[in-house]
Design a protein around this ligand. Sequence first.
Ligand code: HEM
Length: 742
Amino acid sequence: MSQARNNTKRNNSKNNKSNPPEHELELTQHAGLGMNNAKLDELAPNIEDSAGEFLTTDQGIRINDNQNSLKAGDRGPTLMEDFMFREKITHFDHERIPERVVHARGSGAHGYFQVYEPMSDLTRAHFLQDPSVQTPVFVRFSTVAGSRGSTDLARDVRGFAVKFYTEEGNFDLVGNNIPVFFIQDAIKFPDVIHAVKPEPHNEIPQAASAHDTFWDFISLFPESMHMVMWVMSDRAIPRSYRMMEGFGVHTFRLINARGKARFVKFHWKPLLGLHAVVWDEAQKISGKDPDFHRRDLWEAIENGDYPEWELCVQVVEERDEHSFDFDLLDPTKIIPEELVPVRRIGRMTLNRNPENFFAETEQVAFHVGNIVPGIDFTNDPLLQGRLFSYLDTQLTRLGGPNFHEIPINRPVAPVHNNQRDGFMRQTINRGQTAYDPNSLRGGCPFQAGVDMSGFASYAERIDAQKIRQRSASFFDHFSQATLFYRSQSPVEQNHIVRALRFELGKVGTPPIRERMLALLAQVDTDLANRVAAGLGASVPKKLDKPLNLSVPADADPRKFQPKKLAEEMEPSPRLRMIDNPNFTLKTIKTRKIAFLVADGFDDRSVADMKLALMKAGAQVMTVAPRLGVLTGVEGDTLNADFTFLTGASVLFDACFVPNGQASVAALQNEPEAANFLREAHQHCKAIAAHGAGAELLESAGLGESMSDAGLIIGRDGNAAALAEDFIVSIARHRHWEREPML
Ligand code: HEM
């Protein structure tokens, strides 16, 4: 244990008498959930709880009047001497810190990771050896382009950053929900980010890629085409953070105790499957509840529906490094799972919300450079650039070199070194020496041998010239974009076409649209033609000039043209979201179902359906013409959770209209009830109606759709008889056959 932590603990116990403070009890009780979370225990002394305490200044002086500043007379000027006023305002004035330059908008949670079986064949990383060990984690999900207060439902990549607090130090897997990236070389990162961020002259648009500068850059940068396919797909508008994959993106190395290295790609597979919303829905959610994903994660954890992912690896032997059609070091490429299967090696469970958003989610500092023995980097030029960027940016964002001492960033492994001083230093380093080697302190702290968990970089052989150039093996920019597009189901392809029509439709400069159509034609001609039809444009026959600007001026241009290795590729169903063979479990667990009700509902109809849905793990919420208590014909009561003003169909996964003449009549007088149903239908959601409830569907204009799959109508019998079909329909997530093809 570091000296700093000893000190904090000592102070804390002094302040909190002999019994552990309440929050410590809470954390200890947490262990009863089957987890012994060393990081939560380590954070406990930093948690402040004001319950039953006096209000004090930062110096611990009890405050007697927090309502009035000190003045010379009751109508006189405020006095300089008012130290309580000055302290309070000064602190307030400095509450804001810079938001992250990218990924500013995010949400975090605590949890733990457990490996399924010892991974000693692949790595000596300690946290991947013992299935009984629960390694604490903190995860932050984010969007990339928007500011801190922007909507969760932007069309964007989602960050998926995991900090493992291992016994050998922190390991950060700083990934995204998309397995590739826009650029191959980190020197282009400021360019792609400047292009996607709000335009500099008028700061428009917020959290959106649908504008000229983004597509200007993309249209001149063919290496982004594979990523563009993913970002235009439904992956970029997830239903929930809990229902998306995560990827480490780069190829890393795993190294075992014998020093044998292999290449590895990391994946996270969500146990709730892969699901998205539709774009129209995403835009409406952005207005109705811009915190939709943040709220969803928070509430799931509060309800005990702990989100889970399996950590998977794709492993490639070093001798196979060059046996693919693409370069393993190129971050615009995946290794198709058909070529190298994923191995599921452990599970991560998120089971605790942060105590304080700023202290934890905002101050957490992830860094791809945080690795532990048994894991190492490769020469992927994007990864290499990232290794510089994170620590550098955090120096400014968190105000100095000591941000590793902020509680959420502290490892659970002890920290001892000769780093000293700087802004906000917490550690009180005892002793005369702060250098190595020393004799005055017996050489302490001393280096660790590899057999004592000392980190030793993988001794990769490098024999090269210093050049500013990319390998020709990086210049196939289209094969995998085509593979992705052709691997999608027709519905998902339709969504990609729609997304591109939306995005390029918002571009005001025609030559940018034309260049994009030319690039899309190199991915798939049908795709380009369909997008062009929506833009009222035609696909240019050929480009004026080669677009690849990432080649040296004096290079042979033929060698560096974007090329396409595989014309005819087998589609990879594992790239889809719909009917992806990796996600066969059909569940409605944690799905939100709206019951549209008013006074006079049929008590049995509501009770039967509610029971069946809740048994299947769904959440039932009522939407009514007014808030307060609603009464059924037989006297049962229900609390209205939402009105038609505060709730909307886009916030739910499915809806049910129960029987009850009076209830249905009241809903027929509420125009928003009909809109609710029409919108749910338009977004392809499951809808059920029982008895008189069917009349509401008819008056909403859905009479002709009554035989649609996903519309479960039962005029007679009881609601329980409908429940089974309704559950199957919700588990399908969406009934896409309703959607018009473009
Ligand atoms: C594969 C490509 C990349 C992935 C998967 C990725 C992922 C992420 C994630 C998940 C975050 C948010 C971390 C958090 O939640 O706090 C982040 C932040 C950031 N990324 Fe990246 N990134 C990538 C490429 C890059 C590159 C190439 C650079 C720069 C050369 C870069 C610079 C940054 C910076 C400066 C931050 C803000 C960090 C902070 O303020 O704490 N990223 N990135």
